[in-house]
Design a binder for this molecule. Structure first.
Ligand code: GLU
Length: 474
């Protein structure tokens, strides 16, 4: 069987948008599922709008998401190929040089609009004689190459593996440009040539490209190329059901990364925007996604990018993340929050792992770490809240703190269970209630009257620091 070859073909005119990331992901999952190849093709032929900075950041974001590619191309490296094929079409009289200037085109466009006609190219340069062309050249006019559509525009059928056949009765595009005057190709032309030359078997992209696909089919026919299969994914919408835009928050992968989301969170959500598993599973690992991904389960209706769900997913993945990885992921945010200055090593790293393990259930995003109050217990200076002071002023509190200190001071370390035992012993020795022991203990050690489990806190802080705090509170 032939290897499946799919591609992701972003234009580097902005940061990677979540819509683009979804297209990349679906293609990647498809490739993985079929033991195929994913081609990353940077479509940077619009020289004014493309930039290397965006191309690099798209690659970086894809890598961050775990979407790796097997082959890489950049269209700006291939200009000579597009030009060669454009000349071939001219030679075969399927395309022609057009010398109309921008101003002339604009004037005719305006006239057509004024007369209530669809403003399409009127074919003026279709049948220029060699002398006329020569004259234009001598006048110093630039030329573009236009694709010649047949007089009677044919009906175009896009065979879509997701949506079924889609018919275009007539494409109101007129003879469209395939090669611009600066020698760069138009998107549709370069796309067809590359999908053919790169032996793409299945072209899957968002449905806003449907009309382009119809135009591309005409080019496949003119060039006498076999067509790949096509599939169009439904659009992503914002919470207000309008096109997903900045207005409703972050839309670029970069922003989500910066805002403390884990890559698997985004992958998990994007995978389910237009696809669902048979048994309504919600949290997937990557191997599960690959295993279960199938075009049969694609949902062909617009999908809402749901930020609340994203937060819930992120919490789930933070809770599941391997601890060592979580430490690395958390460090930049802890530094931003001024809890930590340098990457910790050995014992400090171990301590950080324990702290993160303790607080991770409450984290929705890693940015929450920047203002996670519980972190102050372990890093930074402690301040006693007024409630904590109140607990510490109970009559029984000073003796309780002293007794706790006596039991802790001889120790090098303490386990959570040992903390429970000590609390129990102090309660019995001093004949007080449980709350009269653990409340002042918590108040002295954490500065608050509620928070993470106190036996875990003590075990992480260790007896020495705990004793210091019992001292200063007592
Ligand atoms: N460069 C096009 C875009 O970013 C991609 C089109 C395609 O996938 O064919 O919209």
């Amino acid at each position: 069987m032939k290897t499946e070859r799919v591609r992701f073909a972003p234009s580097p005119t902005g940061w990677l948008h979540v819509g683009g990331a979804r297209t990349a992901l679906f293609n990647w999952l498809y490739a993985k599922k079929h033991d195929g190849k994913l081609i990353l093709r940077i479509e940077d032929t619009d020289l004014d709008r493309s930039s290397e900075k965006y191309a690099e950041s798209i690659k970086e974001d894809l890598k961050w998401l775990g979407i790796n590619w097997d082959e890489f191309y950049k269209q700006s490296d291939r200009l000579e190929i597009y030009e060669r094929y454009a000349r071939r079409l001219v030679h075969e009289e399927k395309a022609y040089h057009c010398f109309c200037t921008e101003e002339e085109l604009e004037e005719r466009r305006q006239k057509a609009l004024d007369e209530g006609r669809t403003p399409i190219y009127d074919g003026r340069c279709r049948n220029l004689s060699e002398e006329e062309k020569q004259e234009y050249r001598e006048e110093g006019r630039d030329s573009v190459i236009r694709f010649k559509l047949t007089e009677q525009q044919p009906k175009v059928v896009v065979p879509d593996r997701i949506k079924g056949d889609i018919e275009f009765e007539s494409l109101t595009t007129g003879d469209f440009v395939i090669l611009k005057s600066d020698g760069t190709p138009s998107y549709n032309f370069a796309c067809v040539l590359d999908d053919h030359l790169m032996e793409i078997s299945f072209t899957m992209r968002a449905e806003d490209h449907l009309t382009n696909t119809a135009k591309q089919i005409l080019l496949y026919e003119a060039l006498d190329f076999d067509q790949p299969q096509f599939g169009h994914l439904s659009m992503l919408l914002g919470p207000d059901k309008s096109k997903l835009s900045k207005r409703s928050g972050a839309t670029s992968v970069k922003e989500f990364r910066k805002n403390g989301y884990l890559p698997e969170t985004l992958v998990n959500h994007l995978a389910q925007l237009g696809w669902s598993s048979k048994d309504n599973q919600e949290i997937f690992t990557i191997p599960e996604l690959i295993e279960q991904f199938s075009l049969d389960n694609i949902i062909d209706s617009p999908q809402v990018f749901d930020r609340e769900k994203l937060d819930w997913f992120n919490n789930q993945y933070i809770k599941r993340a391997e601890l060592d990885r979580l430490i690395d992921l958390a460090l930049p945010f802890l530094k931003q929050g001024d809890y930590i200055e340098e990457d910790p090593e050995d014992e400090e790293r171990e301590k950080l792992g324990k702290v993160l393990d303790l607080i991770r259930p409450s984290l929705e995003k890693l940015t929450d770490l920047k203002e996670q109050e519980d972190l102050a217990i372990f890093y930074g200076s402690l301040e006693l809240s007024s409630e904590a002071r109140e607990v510490l002023s109970w009559d029984s509190s000073p003796a309780v703190l002293r007794a706790l200190k006596d039991k802790l001071s001889a120790r090098e370390s303490i386990s959570p269970d040992e903390v429970s035992t000590i609390v129990k012993e102090v309660k019995e020795d001093l004949e007080v209630e449980y709350k009269e022991v653990y409340k002042p203990l918590r108040a002295a050690v954490t500065g608050k009257i509620s928070g993470p489990e106190i036996k875990e806190v003590l075990s992480i802080l260790g007896p020495e620091v705990t004793c210091e705090r019992l001292d200063s509170a007592g």
